[in-house]
Each structure stands twice: as structure tokens, then as C-alpha cells.
Design a protein around this ligand. Sequence first.
Ligand SMILES: [Zn+2]
Length: 87
Amino acid sequence: MTCKKTYRYICENLDANLNSPTCIEIKKHLDHCPNCTAYLETLKKTVLLYKNQKSPKLGKSARKNLVLSLNLEIPSKSLKKSNISSL
Ligand SMILES: [Zn+2]
């Protein structure tokens, strides 16, 4: 198994079964390849950071306040663009 293949399989199988033949092959490769070991450590840290990251969700009032504070206009539903263009 080459480093390039190892990289790909690590990415695809990071959350997969660690006892699968592919993972065992990767482990064998990692035992004697410092390049891949370093890569795997970096990848693990990245994944951990990604998993811990919670995407911010704004409530309706919070969103309204944000829009108002930024002096943005909220698109009005009463404005019918289709009617205007048809005139
Ligand atoms: Zn390698």
C-alpha cells in the first residue's frame, strides 16, 4: 500500500470499522511510515475540531435585532415584484 492510497483510505474510513481489512492494512503501513503517522495525527485533530464546532443558530428575534442593528432592510412580502414587472 502506498502513502497516497493510505491517505485516501484514512479519509474515507476515519469513522468506519477499525477492524476492517483496509484499516488493518493502513495500520500496518502506519507502523513503518512516519509521514502517514504525522498526517493521521493532523487529520484526527482537524476532525475533532470540526466535531466540536457547533454551527451558530440565531433565533427569530436575535436575527431581527441583528438585521435592525446593521440597518438592513427586511424584504417585504407585500411587495409583489411580479405585478410590477407585468405592467
Ligand atoms: Zn505512508
